[in-house]
Ligand binder design. Sequence first.
Ligand SMILES: Cc1ncc(COP(=O)(O)O)c(C=O)c1O
Length: 405
Amino acid sequence: MRAYHTPLDLVRSSELEVPAICTRPDLLARASQWFQDRFPGEILYAVKANPSPWVIDGLYASGLRWFDVASMAEIEMVASRCPQAKLAFLHPIKSRAAIRRAYHDYGVRVFAIDCAEELQKIIEETGGARDLTLIVRLAVSNDHSVLPLTGKFGVSAHEAPALIHQARAVADQLGVCFHVGSQCMQPDAFRQAMDLSSRLIAQAGVTIDIIDVGGGFPSLYPGLTPPPLQAYLDTITQAFENMLVLENATLWCEPGRALVADAESVLVRIDLRKEDALYLNDGAFGTLFDASHSDWPFPMRAVHADGRLATGRTVPFRLYGPTCDSEDVLAGRFDLPATLKTGDYIEIGLIGAYGTALTTRFNGCGQYDYVCVSDTPFASAFDLEQRPATITPMHANGPGPSGAR
Ligand SMILES: Cc1ncc(COP(=O)(O)O)c(C=O)c1O
């Protein structure tokens, strides 16, 4: 990967034909270290948030050993890059072949379930294995998350005690997990989910080895300022102490967004300015899926074609992506410098989570140039103070995010 101090140097140095993913390994390592220093348990990276090889390698190099994988493709990819990595197959619904191959070919022992039929599939495909770690996924409230994940997975409170009981009979290690929804804005959401878990475990009348609080840890997007991340860990630690579990029960978490959001930005070119419309070379079918489909507010800074930061009076712009689909437009209006013109660039920050992971090849797009940079232009949940005072990230002035992915 080519290295530059900032994306501005990249603009100065060469002709950029495709959008550039500006990777920031230092910020990835900082996020990983932060969790490793403070989370009182095991951290499993949710690979789906960003499966890029440089992210997997970077997290492993930073000391993270557990990966939450959702498919055979993720298992194969992580295992091929980091053979010593420990894998947990935490998608509650898996094909029989995936269960078989994960267990027999890749040594996966940790599987999530949210119904008796999935439990039965695991028993059958592993040949009645006695060394399984089964994690029962509970349905919990997602009321405090910006991107709720409810309705699809998770056993109801009504059915959970029976499933926990059933799983205990075959599991070597037994856990419960949940997901409070992505970009959770209230630490108390974790406490509520843990209190519910505790009640359901008591009703099941069995011992539990693992409490997995899932993902949902927030990043710092414009207009979406969560409480400090430490407050989430304090709440979880306190709630864990109050849970009806054994002394030696362990705590797990599965962060995706919080670990990787800061670690990538995308540098897009303005292929045409038509009055207040900017036509970009990336959009809804590329790294900006969430900016268009969920109305997600990303920080931005504008860069002139000669590599100078664009500043001065701002006016509202519409931002269109490169494909012919009329839905390839970012939600809202964006206050950007009035001087912007065809051939200039916009750097859009915090696309490390669910950005590159969601790109498609629609219209022949979806090709990116990966470079490495070391500046820190956008505010981060990990260290607000590091943000240089000279740069004011701009963002949409439309409505805030809404709805599930
Ligand atoms: C099972 C599971 N764990 C963890 C995550 C990561 O969530 P987040 O990126 O909100 O931390 C997800 C996201 O969908 C998930 O489905």
